[in-house]
Write a protein that binds this ligand. Structure first.
Ligand code: SF4
Ligand code: SF4
Length: 164
């Protein structure tokens, strides 16, 4: 099964419901949309999402919400608006291996603190990069080292010091 078909199938398993986190938090270069600002295409009605879904830009099409993908890393009850944290993956550069690392964004103030138990559980097996506020990486020493040495350009770009 192709990645796209698998993604479509998995996306049927979890529904965004009233969550609209990604359409606010993520930048959309094609729309000149800055991070942490609601998209102009976002429907303000509760339970409604994108008003331009069929023609949404590639940035939106390629975005893969870890919760919505049905990943067992995140429990069904941990939808981003409920958990307080939205999770993304780090897409590898061409020719580079995929790293098991999560990028975490607060969906509300204090989200990281509220989700501390869930984030600690997830961090037992991988590094988690906190993208809201001052960038920090969290996890076992081995996972943190693997992330810093596997994605030094990304770590530097967000202000984390790369491993020497
Ligand atoms: S962050 Fe995930 S669950 Fe929330 S609206 Fe976006 S895709 Fe749906
Ligand atoms: S275009 Fe649609 S999917 Fe993309 S950020 Fe805006 S509301 Fe969300």
């Amino acid at each position: 099964m192709s990645d796209e078909r698998l993604k479509r199938r998995l996306y049927l398993t979890r529904d965004c419901g009233t969550c609209k986190a990604c359409c606010t938090l993520m930048p959309v270069v094609e729309l000149d949309k800055a991070p942490s600002l609601a998209c102009k295409h976002l429907n303000p009605q509760e339970g409604k999402g994108c008003t331009a879904y069929e023609t949404r830009p590639e940035s939106c099409r390629s975005w893969a919400c870890v919760w919505r993908s049905g990943s067992n890393v995140v429990e069904p009850v941990e939808r981003p608006d409920r958990l307080g944290v939205m999770l993304d993956t780090l897409r590898p550069l061409p020719g580079q291996p995929r790293l098991d690392v999560l990028l975490a964004y607060e969906t509300r103030e204090g989200g990281f603190a509220a989700a501390d138990a869930a984030l600690s559980r997830m961090a037992r097996k991988r590094a988690i990069v906190f993208m809201t506020g001052e960038p920090k990486v969290f996890g076992t020493q081995g996972a943190v080292d693997a992330f810093l040495s596997g994605a030094p350009e990304f770590a530097e770009a967000i202000g984390l010091r790369a491993a020497s």
